[in-house]
Design a protein around this ligand. Structure first.
Ligand code: 5GP
Ligand code: MN
Length: 326
């Protein structure tokens, strides 16, 4: 069984490396820190590496000081979490193939020797909350805080459609160990800096919509003008996803003159994970992203066209299959 394989690998290792994806979100950070602290507690040497470090939103988490930007040599066991492909690690592994891959993305490429991938799980942190006891790892209040933060941030506070009664039971178990849900919820989801809020303002002012699609962009100039210097979207995508009666929301984030990130959010049955995967990215049915070569204008034109085509296709398929049934 997969839990036995993972336990044996952990028992047999003395020095363990953990990494996740670039521009790590709350789940990537929470899962890496929680697993890292649990392994330290059973006497392992642990290196937690996140290529982009930890954004200020999550720096309050226990274990945040463990995080480095690169691995030192001498690791026996390499674990990658919350990361659907190896490119997303940002190159910190060199050409090393990881031993264990723990993830909940449907687009995961199963790149490790042992792949614990549960796409129905609300967060990678929830997979850890469920499986860690089978690997001989236990929860402290500190570990519970990091894992509950991961669950809260990936489910946007239990609002995503993959939230199940099991997600709530796992979260309740972490609360029983000592994690304060209201404090963690506020820090992970409700608190935004003045600069981040100003950054949103620029993008919101130029938001557009057409045929069920809502979109806008964050430019490099907006970043400069607002003083927001994180390299992420300052959580604006989640705000776009709260707009009433949209089918797909798309946020374009200018990275440089030649690279643009795209974040999709969809409502209901519109599965945008394949569209993102086709463009070199990945994610979940209702939340996905990709980074594309091209100026903001070029990427915006191409992605909006492809997303509109996709929406038309899904809608006409729904009409046709309704017709068939009649
Ligand atoms: P976000 O839009 O918040 O950046 O990402 C939404 C979801 O898609 C997250 O689960 C994230 O891990 C995934 N995702 C975002 N960008 C990429 C990407 O470039 N490649 C892959 N494989 N997944 C991505
Ligand atoms: Mn993530």
């Amino acid at each position: 069984m997969i839990d036995d394989m993972i336990r044996e690998k952990i028992v047999g290792a003395s020095s363990i490396g953990i990494t996740s994806h670039i521009r790590p979100d709350g789940d990537a950070i929470g899962a890496s820190l929680g697993l890292g602290m649990a392994l330290l507690n059973i006497g392992k040497k642990v290196q937690v590496v996140l290529k982009d470090g930890i954004s200020s939103t999550f720096r309050h988490l226990p274990g945040a000081d463990l995080v480095k930007r690169a691995f030192e040599p001498g690791i026996d066991l390499m674990i990658v979490d919350d990361c659907s492909d190896l490119i997303r690690t940002g190159g910190v592994l060199g050409d090393r193939i990881p031993d264990i891959n723990i993830d909940h993305h449907i687009t995961n490429e199963l790149f490790a020797e042992v792949n614990l991938v549960e796409p129905d799980s609300v967060a990678t942190s929830a997979i850890l909350a469920k499986h860690m006891p089978f690997w001989g790892l236990s929860f402290t209040p500190e570990i519970a805080k990091t894992l509950l933060t991961g669950i809260l941030s990936d489910s946007i506070g239990f609002r995503t459609s993959n939230t199940t009664s099991e997600s709530l039971r796992l979260a309740a178990g972490l609360m029983d160990v000592g994690a304060d849900i209201s404090e963690l919820y506020n820090k992970a989801l409700l608190t935004h800096s003045y600069e981040a809020t100003k950054f949103w303002g620029f993008a919101l002012a130029r938001m557009q919509r057409e045929n069920g699609l809502v979109w806008t962009a964050l430019t490099l100039d907006d970043r400069k003008a607002s003083g927001y210097f994180g390299n992420d979207d300052a959580d604006l995508t989640n705000l776009l996803s709260s707009i009433e009666s949209y089918e797909v929301a798309v946020l374009f984030i200018e990275q440089s003159i030649t690279r643009t990130r795209v974040s999709w959010r969809s409502a209901g049955e519109f599965d945008i994970s394949n569209l993102a995967h086709e463009m070199g990215g990945g994610g979940h049915p209702n939340a996905a992203g990709a980074e594309l070569e091209g100026t903001l204008a070029e990427v915006q034109e191409k992605v909006l066209r492809m997303t509109q085509d996709y929406l038309k296709q899904v809608k006409s398929y729904a009409i046709n299959s309704d017709g068939d049934r009649k």
